[in-house]
Design a binder for this molecule. Sequence first.
Ligand SMILES: Nc1ncnc2c1ncn2[C@@H]1O[C@H](COP(=O)(O)OP(=O)(O)OP(=O)(O)O)[C@@H](O)[C@H]1O
Ligand SMILES: Nc1ncnc2c1ncn2[C@@H]1O[C@H](COP(=O)(O)OP(=O)(O)OP(=O)(O)O)[C@@H](O)[C@H]1O
Ligand SMILES: [Mg+2]
Ligand SMILES: [Mg+2]
Lengths: 224, 224
Amino acid sequence: SLEARELTRVYRMGSEEIRAVDGVSLTIGRGEFVSFVGPSGSGKTTLVNLLGCLDNPTSGELHLAGRSIFGSGHILSEKDLTRVRRELFGYIFQNFYLIPTLTVRENVALPLAFYRKPETEEEVDRLIGMLGLEQRRNHLPRQISGGEMQRVAIARALVNRPEILLADEPTGNLDTKRTEEIGEVLQELNRSRGLTIVMVTHNPGLARLGERIVEMRDGRAFEA
Amino acid sequence: SLEARELTRVYRMGSEEIRAVDGVSLTIGRGEFVSFVGPSGSGKTTLVNLLGCLDNPTSGELHLAGRSIFGSGHILSEKDLTRVRRELFGYIFQNFYLIPTLTVRENVALPLAFYRKPETEEEVDRLIGMLGLEQRRNHLPRQISGGEMQRVAIARALVNRPEILLADEPTGNLDTKRTEEIGEVLQELNRSRGLTIVMVTHNPGLARLGERIVEMRDGRAFEA
Ligand SMILES: Nc1ncnc2c1ncn2[C@@H]1O[C@H](COP(=O)(O)OP(=O)(O)OP(=O)(O)O)[C@@H](O)[C@H]1O
Ligand SMILES: Nc1ncnc2c1ncn2[C@@H]1O[C@H](COP(=O)(O)OP(=O)(O)OP(=O)(O)O)[C@@H](O)[C@H]1O
Ligand SMILES: [Mg+2]
Ligand SMILES: [Mg+2]
């Protein structure tokens, strides 16, 4: 479903060259739950941003459901790339990027303004309830805790019932109990809805929820 | 050394009243290493901000080395409060608040511009080395990973060799190995230098490094 071939992302800073992602090839099948682990700075966020079509690789190819997204001489237009992102993906970023001027509920509902699948209106309140945000629905991001912000980001990523969830450290700010709950929610969505999950995590317990663990080290990926 | 009596912080939003910290009384002795744990939203960040003189309580008292900071009819001037913060405390915030236009090295060195103890210039490079940031010293915050940003925040908090370190979830974005290393660094500073450590963490292993664990629930604190 998601196929990367020799995906590479190089940052050039003056004379310095940083190979943040260094020739990564892997396939993530539809409905798989894959965990990415590895030391801080090993390239997990960079790789996940490439897989999620949020960043362009320096070289290499990305294919989505057989369609070429990057590479092989064929580049998707910005407009088509945007459509792919909205229709297929849900994102949980390592920095939550909540809109400071929108309430919790408005932040969760935001993706619906750009693209709405049928029957997703109820998802907003269902997810808010599931993630324990009921009492904070009208608060602004600066009026909630760090873990509450993280939960808003999780709800927002799921509101459009995406086919592929990209989750970059979704529980770093949460206590053990909530982390386990989030883990169960993700596992349930994977099993019952076939949600494809690409998750970066430093939490070994959470990583084991996936059926597959990919380890990153210095921009390279290794099947664990 | 740090004494709180009935410390309370209430947020009022329209008709709603949120008792984020609800009558907390505790004493943290000089050189103690205390871990605060508890569910997301239980008031840990709010309490730690009060203890670190970053926020004013709605009611209750705070005494620092016998000196009254808040409460008992005696309020410190903004100027004196600022001096207390700079001379006594190092802060690691849950959101790192790095200055986007300053490099890693400049961010770490920033507290020295406001207040400098003798012989702290070498601390900048020593901490950068200790936290594995050597290769990123000239990068801007947007050019480093999430865990690297967290490490910059840790280095910056320690650069002025503070007497009291307030650390709000200092390792949420770090892998297990780095988390253990940070834990050892903190333990070492506590033992060899008598650094008083007030740490919020969701990581049970890290919490146990402290000699005391305080649990928070709905704004109240309980000795574990
Ligand atoms: N400015 C504010 N206005 C209203 N409510 C607030 C404000 N800031 C925090 N709160 C609420 O106060 C409570 C305590 O927040 P706090 O940030 O101290 O929690 P926490 O224990 O640090 O949580 P986490 O583990 O998620 O970081 C939360 O329920 C939060 O929604
Ligand atoms: N814009 C940039 N310019 C230069 N180097 C960058 C840039 N963004 C990231 N890097 C570097 O690329 C490497 C990989 O970064 P990435 O954010 O993917 O790591 P990560 O595995 O997600 O780390 P963490 O676990 O700390 O979040 C890091 O060493 C980082 O410093
Ligand atoms: Mg990252
Ligand atoms: Mg907090």
